[in-house]
Design a protein around this ligand. Structure first.
Ligand SMILES: [Zn+2]
Length: 86
């Protein structure tokens, strides 16, 4: 049980989104080579949550794009006469 004395100097960071202070490592933060210390500012949990929210917000837009793409393809195949064969 030397949890703390084993790693006395591991850097920690407070996540600006959830305000938890976490050890900066792969488990708590996503890697990002563009960041000064190689990890994102927000913790992994907040990054995952943000991705989930963004995904949900974009869902109607995504569905619309798929519908449009499908209509375009149908028009294209009908114009080439290959729609019936496909
Ligand atoms: Zn966080």
């Amino acid at each position: 049980m030397h949890r703390f004395s084993d790693v006395p100097d591991r850097p920690t960071r407070q996540c600006p989104a959830c305000f938890r202070t976490l050890v900066v490592d792969e488990a708590n933060f996503h890697k990002d080579s563009l960041c000064a210390d190689g990890f994102t500012r927000k913790c992994a949990d907040c990054r995952n949550e943000a991705a989930r929210v963004a995904y949900r917000l974009e869902a109607p837009e995504r569905a619309r794009r798929i519908r449009e793409r499908r209509a375009e393809r149908r028009t294209y195949f009908e114009s080439t006469g290959r729609y019936e064969a496909a």
